[in-house]
Design a protein around this ligand. Sequence first.
Ligand SMILES: O=C(O)CCC(=O)C(=O)O
Length: 324
Amino acid sequence: MERVRKLDKGSRFCGGLEAIASGRPRRDYRYQKVSAMKNLDAVKYMDQPTLEQFEEAVKQHQLVVIRGLGQTLSKNNTYSLDLLEKVVENRWIEVIRVASRYYQWDPKNRVPFARVPFAEFRDRITTETFEGPRVYLQDDINNFPALRKYYQEPVYLTGRQVRRTKLWVSGAGLVTPLHYDSVEVLHWMMAGSKRFVCFRPGLRGFYPHSIASTGPSFSQVNPDFPDLERFPHFRHTWPIEFTLKAGELLYIPAFYWHQVESLDSYNASINFLWLASKGKNLRYFPEFGRCLPFLIWQNQKIQRAKRKENNRASGALERGNTPG
Ligand SMILES: O=C(O)CCC(=O)C(=O)O
């Protein structure tokens, strides 16, 4: 019997009616010939789970959306541009600057990061057009120490050594290319919403950039418009698509592929990263090995940032101030 089932109208997983209504491309290429049943419980929705219940899901290596916590975590509930402006006080921030909403970069070079004053960033995201050049704030939360007053760390981070916490702020339509992280991620949507297209771990079908490139964990395929002549095996992959709304937290297990589209005119989120267990790294060894040089580079960057932070703090103490 033909096991292939055509995902059609309005399916949560194929960008059907919903996609047509929103003007997004309707996917009708062959990789959508997915067993819909297979994806039915690909995302586990949990209402204010206990830490133990969450741990169980982490063990299952499954995508989890946690609901009902937004109110508890945010201490004022409105993560607006105004609030950020107040917190950042027009300091210089790190953004990526790209030519269009679907961006790729030359894998021989680094991602096009730039430093701009916050006011310039604010100006740009409030005036940029859907298809024109874009900026995306993706910076370490340590550069916004005053923001910590406005949120509480989720209880699900208890007992984990969080390696990095990042703030993400973007305008509508911006798409982070398909990639996987070799760390575990908890992505908390503070304002706006994002469309996630995820795939279970694996290398076949995803055509990641070369191991010698600056993006060995980034796919060359754009799942919204896959070039199946160049990337024929991509048709055998199974997308899991869903929208993460403000107040929700998404657990992305290490090595899961994800492409992320910002949907609202203003989107803000914080993500927390911690190292995957040795067991997971062993289980996904080919994926892990591919991004080892990147991990080492990132670790050095984190250490440098920590040293800078310590120097700043001890400088402040010497001047009789407490660190910010
Ligand atoms: O929000 C985005 O644009 C990308 C987020 C992401 O890749 C992550 O949280 O791991």
